[in-house]
Write a protein that binds this ligand. Structure first.
Ligand SMILES: *Cc1c(COP(=O)(O)O)cnc(C)c1O
Ligand SMILES: [Zn+2]
Length: 423
């Protein structure tokens, strides 16, 4: 059933519109590039949802925005608590950078410990609404863990394709949740192509990022929460790390929705942060290249979640930056690793490399004058540091932080602590 507030799906390449029941996942004329954007009847939605109604809502999850999501009245949502993550004020990070305010939104608090739960919860709703028996995705790890966990919560069978190099914690999640786990000897791009082929061959419900039009809609709830948590008083800039470009496109969609509904009057600049070894969109942005024709690069970065040879959602990702007056910027792996303890010590939020990359991006943006003194900014920390403990250990070792190893006695402790340097 098509929800009555969804008007149509529009191809991001040609603009042709389709009824949701008229197409599979993408524009028939543009194949995998023809990603569809869900278009809404905002008048109808505005009559059902408003900042006042939200204030009175007892639902802390992403489903508090349900009238603004592509979900029909009879659709059942999975039971895990997805969304409602905190946006922390981080005054020490702000003053260290000379900024007015810095907030850190902690998506590591999601059920499977990354922002991907927002999209995968949506995938499970849509898969069940079409009666799918099996759902599938390829992933660098987090989308996989998210689909795996959300599927487990409703007993939905799922097949997951990840590069064999994915961090162990992410693979452990998949196995514990009982997914059929396919470790592909190759890159995320290879896993993606194989998953697409398998989904078509077996008729599985396809959750792939930058293909399934509904994933953006789940991810946009992160931006709706930021706006609501800041009292519908938008920040000046939002920093987010970018791999496939689906999260950044989702953040932009949340802004466009809020603007169309009159809940905000202006939009923040969206700053997309990529790893220097996976900087397809930075290259395209700096050189004015057309992302429809720009060939893939060879991606290699410690931040596995943002390692993408060819960002699948690159059209929406580029629009998010250009239409908000933002920018794309790159940070090195060393800067990403250094940002893990910096973010943890400055805010209490422990992030995986791709999450900390947003903070590394903030430091770089201040350095380059892309964010200026006194501004109010949000750093989106997209995933938990426990996802990649090996990277965290590398990060603290590189920063010279070492534990104190001693025999269990107060004397040994006193000898080990530097004189006059009691913690
Ligand atoms: C997926 C992911 C990203 C990047 O999101 P894209 O939509 O691929 O750009 C960033 N951080 C984490 C932790 C992720 O899991
Ligand atoms: Zn098209």
């Amino acid at each position: 059933m098509t929800p009555d507030h969804v008007v149509h799906l529009a191809c991001v390449v040609c603009g042709t519109t389709y009824r949701p029941d008229e197409v599979g996942y993408v524009c028939p004329d543009h194949g995998n590039e023809g990603i569809l954007d869900v278009r809404y009847d905002y008048e109808r939605i505005g009559a059902r949802l408003s900042p006042d109604r939200l204030r009175a809502s007892a639902d802390p999850t992403m489903w508090r925005y349900r009238p603004l999501l592509p979900v029909a009245a009879g659709d059942e949502v999975p039971p895990l608590t997805v969304g409602g993550t905190p946006t922390y004020d981080a005054p020490r990070l702000a003053s260290a950078l000379g900024l007015g305010r810095v907030w850190v939104k902690d998506e590591g608090r999601q059920p499977t410990a990354s922002l991907k739960d927002r999209a995968s919860a949506m995938a499970v709703v849509k898969a069940r609404s079409v009666g799918a028996r099996v759902v599938t995705t390829a992933s660098t790890g987090n989308a996989a863990a998210a689909l795996s966990g959300l599927s487990a919560s409703v007993g939905l069978r799922n097949v997951i394709f990840v590069p064999a190099s994915a961090p162990e914690a992410k693979i452990a999640q998949l196995l514990a949740y009982g997914s059929v786990v396919v470790l592909v000897d190759g890159t995320y791009g290879d896993a993606f192509e194989l998953c697409m082929e398998a989904a078509a061959h077996y008729g599985w419900y396809n959750r792939n990022t930058g293909y399934n039009p509904y994933m953006t809609e789940g991810k946009k709830t992160a931006m709706l929460e930021i706006l609501e948590q800041l009292g519908w008083e938008p920040p000046d800039a939002v920093l987010v790390s970018v791999g496939d470009g689906s999260i950044i496109g989702g953040l932009h969609k949340g802004l466009k929705d809020a603007l169309a509904l009159g809940w905000i009057e202006r939009t923040p600049r969206i700053l997309g942060v990529q790893a220097a070894g996976s900087d397809y969109l930075v290259q395209a942005y700096e050189n004015g290249e057309d992302v429809l024709t720009k060939p893939p690069i060879v991606a290699d970065t410690v931040a596995d979640s943002i390692s993408a040879d060819l960002p699948r959602d690159r059209i929406k990702a580029m629009a998010a930056v250009t239409e908000t007056g933002g920018a794309y910027l790159r940070v090195t792996d060393d800067e990403i690793l250094a940002a893990i303890p910096a973010l943890a010590r400055g805010s209490g939020v422990f992030a995986e490399p791709a999450g900390a990359a947003a903070h590394a991006g903030l430091v770089a943006a201040v350095d380059r004058g892309l964010v200026t003194a006194g501004e109010r900014v949000v750093v989106l920390s997209t995933g938990s540091g426990l996802k990649d403990v090996a990277a965290a250990m590398r990060a603290v070792a590189a920063g010279g932080t070492e534990p104190i190893r001693i025999a269990p006695s107060l004397d040994a402790l006193t000898n080990a602590l530097d004189p006059g340097e009691e913690p």
